[in-house]
Write a protein that binds this ligand. Structure first.
Ligand code: GDP
Ligand code: MG
Length: 730
């Protein structure tokens, strides 16, 4: 049996991948020549596959079959005159709309056409989803996805082409481009006019011929004359008459109207079969924005998110915090046992472990905080927050864009201050730099957690949230002040970009979180370790202290007094007395330790600065802690850790329990704790931030001003809160 012969033509827009597919299909079996009479390259190749001999012809690339260019004429003539068994239209799927114009013209030609949706990979990567089944159904054309340069889908394409070649030609009438009624009736009228005037040898589809005549296609007119002879005159006159009627009706040439309508048809198809996930994202984003940036809802939702962030940070962080805490406790106990009593042991246990340990337990909280900030950034919510804050920021004569550095300030002020570079006006920059440190950075979080956790147990999360809000408020108020007094000027108009919302990738979130948390850990090994050691030295020396009382004698006395009362009995009374004795001794030891600490170097420093802090309810220990916080805010809590751990009754307690107990015993009240938190919130930022401010403002003057100003505001606010609270009876 002889093999069936098929001729398959590849049509398509330039650069749709025709030649690539042609090469992949035919390999080396190619013949290159010219199309007859013109200098357009013609490529042919023979292949033998699936039991068929196939001749593949690479047609010139064209955007349409309206014969304007030589390529279009060559391509159309080939299809019209050579009648290939199948035309494969190679469609650039990443450019579907433009490519469908040619595709539709091929369909109108009434040849057997099949669509190869090539560049499927590009389309996919751009977020285009094409419903091939629907496209196939709507147009009555088989559709195959291909990736030409990877040889994907080409076998399927050939098989589909063979199947189509073997099936009867039939594109249902209703699947064709429908023109508007006037044109359709003109087509019908002309078609009916032509039909009795041609015989069966007429090679072209009648509807298509009518369409081309209405479009005044010169080449088709010539063919009619050529093929029909005498009657052709009447046909052309009839066509001209109908064209005139249509032109009058549309006030435009029919070919232009018909082109428009083809594009309309294609637009309809596109709507049905193409979904662009980016466009979808934009739409979804718009819907989300209707709520999240809503005039009334937006702000409460924003506040809620920030509140939720601190709740998560605080409550979720509590669990890993306990584990680390226990670990630090074990380390402390371990060294307590294995090391002989010595200064070195004190340094390690009371200095390093107590100091660094008291901060490292906050690592989970800080990780969580940075995770939440990364979440805001990566989802696109950060830009909305800035957008929402825009109106409020305008109160201080800044725009919402300034709020992004401020929000970043929640993490760390150093990158936040660098981020002000995105602001155009220098005055805006300086103003933003001056108020950003009021945004409470993550290093201050441990202080809040320790103080709020101790004094506001159940409401700690809410209290911390209020502290943060208070920071924002102070930033706004002082910003307004600066704007009117120091940095007068207009805010520049700008466009706030609102990127589409995205589902964040966990990997990216973790990377962002980790990048920022790394700094925390680095500080741990560096400045905080050094700070802890310095503070321990200052609090442990001088060693030979003149005590006001002879504590050791007192302890001996107690021991003696109880010696007689406690015999060897095991009664309840005995046990009770023993407990009482221990409590007494502990009390005396604590008093001794307190006096020792007060007489240490750090105690003396504390005593000097205490008067400054007394009006805001902070004792000498707190004063020292705040003083050391100038280096880095984490040191505030490690100083407290060192100072209180030295009180000596914390053995066996975990780090945070020890601090909590010591704080409760230190005479601090919820009110003074609040005052201290506010002071920490507002007072002079850490050294690194001061450095950043100097660099970014390029002025020592602004830096010094900032140091004095923040400390003044902090003291003033704490004073108002503390003294006001006392007046109110707290
Ligand atoms: P023609 O003008 O239609 O003949 O297009 P070509 O065959 O010359 O292809 C144009 C470019 O598209 C070439 O660089 C091909 O490697 C590339 N190309 C072809 N098909 C694909 C495809 O499916 N995916 C991708 N990514 N590139 C393709
Ligand atoms: Mg080519």
């Amino acid at each position: 049996m002889e093999k069936r012969q098929l001729r398959i033509a590849l049509a398509g827009n330039p650069n749709s991948g025709k030649t690539t597919i042609f090469n992949n299909l035919t390999g080396t079996r190619q013949k290159v020549g010219n199309w007859p009479g013109v200098t357009v390259e013609k490529k042919e190749g023979d292949i033998h596959q699936f039991g068929y001999d196939m001749k593949i012809i690479d047609l010139p690339g064209t955007y349409s079959l309206t014969p304007f260019s030589i390529e279009e004429i060559v391509a159309r003539d080939f299809i019209l005159d050579e009648n290939p068994d199948v035309v494969i239209d190679i469609i650039d799927a990443s450019n579907l709309e433009r490519n469908l114009y040619l595709a539709n013209q091929l369909r109108e030609l009434d040849c057997k056409v099949i669509f190869a949706l090539n560049m499927a990979d590009v389309a996919k990567s751009r977020g285009f989803r094409i419903d091939a089944a629907k496209l196939s159904e709507l147009l009555g054309v088989p559709v195959v996805f291909t990736v030409g340069n990877k040889n994907e889908g080409l076998d399927d394409l050939l098989k589909a082409a063979i199947a189509l070649a073997e099936s009867p030609l039939e594109i249902p009438e209703e699947r064709k481009v429908r023109y508007s009624n006037d044109i359709e009736s003109a087509i019908l009228e002309l078609r009916n006019f032509i039909k009795p005037r041609v015989d069966l040898s007429f090679p072209y589809n009648l509807r298509w011929t009518a369409v081309k005549l209405l479009e005044d296609d010169k080449i088709i007119k010539d063919r009619i004359r050529e093929k029909i002879g005498a009657e052709s005159r009447n046909i052309l006159i009839k066509a001209e008459e109908l064209r005139g009627k249509l032109s009058g009706r549309f006030d435009d040439d029919p070919e232009i109207v018909m082109t428009d309508e083809r594009y309309g048809f294609i637009a309809g198809i596109i709507k049905e079969v193409l979904s662009i996930s980016t466009r979808q994202r934009v739409d979804i984003s718009r819907n989300i924005d209707l709520v999240l940036t809503n005039r009334f809802l937006g702000f409460p939702i924003f506040i809620f998110f920030i509140w939720a962030m601190f709740q998560v940070t605080f409550s979720l962080g509590a669990y890993p915090m306990e584990w680390i805490d226990a670990g630090v406790g074990y380390a402390s106990v371990f060294f307590e046992y294995v090391l002989p009593d010595s200064l070195l042991k004190d340094l390690i246990v009371d200095g390093i472990i107590a100091g660094v340990g008291s901060i490292i337990i906050f690592l989970p909280n800080i990780l969580l905080l940075f995770f939440c900030i990364a979440l805001f950034e990566d989802t696109g919510y950060m830009a909305r927050a800035a957008f929402l804050m825009d109106r409020i920021m305008h109160l201080i004569g800044l725009h919402g864009k300034s709020f992004i550095p401020m929000l970043m300030g929640f993490g760390c002020n150093v990158p936040a201050i660098i981020a002000t570079r995105s602001l155009e006006s220098r005055k805006d920059r300086i103003l933003t730099i001056l108020i950003t440190p009021f945004m409470s950075c993550s290093a201050k979080l441990p202080v809040y957690i320790a103080l709020a956790g101790t004094f506001f147990a159940a409401h700690a999360g809410t209290v911390i949230f209020i502290i943060y809000l208070f920071g924002i408020l102070v930033a706004i108020i002082t910003g307004r002040l600066f704007r009117t007094a120091l940095l007068r000027g207009e805010d520049a108009p700008f466009v706030m970009e609102l990127p589409p919302y995205r589902v964040p990738m966990m990997k990216n979130l973790l990377i962002h979180m980790w990048d920022r948390s790394k700094m925390f850990l680095k500080k741990m090994g560096g400045i905080i370790l050094a700070g802890s050691i310095v503070i321990w030295v200052l609090s442990s020396f001088p060693q030979n202290i003149q005590y006001s009382k002879d504590y050791d004698a007192q302890i001996a006395q107690v021991n003696q007094a109880y010696e007689k009362k406690i015999s060897s009995g095991e009664s309840i009374d005995e046990a009770w007395r023993r407990l009482k004795k221990e409590a007494l001794i502990k009390e005396i030891a604590s008093a001794k330790e307190a006096e020792r600490a007060e007489k240490s170097y750090i105690g003396r420093i504390g005593k000097v600065i205490e008067p400054f802090f007394q009006p805001i309810g902070i004792d000498w220990r707190g004063s020292v802690a705040l003083l050391t916080g100038f280096v880095a805010k984490e040191i505030v809590i490690s100083t407290m850790g060192v100072l209180y751990a030295a009180e000596g009754d914390s053995e066996g307690d975990s780090e945070s329990d020890a601090l909590r107990n010591a704080l409760l015993k230190s005479g601090m009240t919820p009110l003074s704790a609040l005052s201290m938190m506010i002071f920490v919130l507002l007072y002079v930022p850490c050294l690194a931030t001061i450095g950043a401010i100097t660099r970014e403002t390029g002025s020592m003057k602004w830096t010094l001003f900032h140091i004095a100003f923040t400390t003044g505001v902090a003291w003033g606010m704490s004073f108002i809160v503390f003294q006001g609270g006392r007046l109110l009876g707290f």
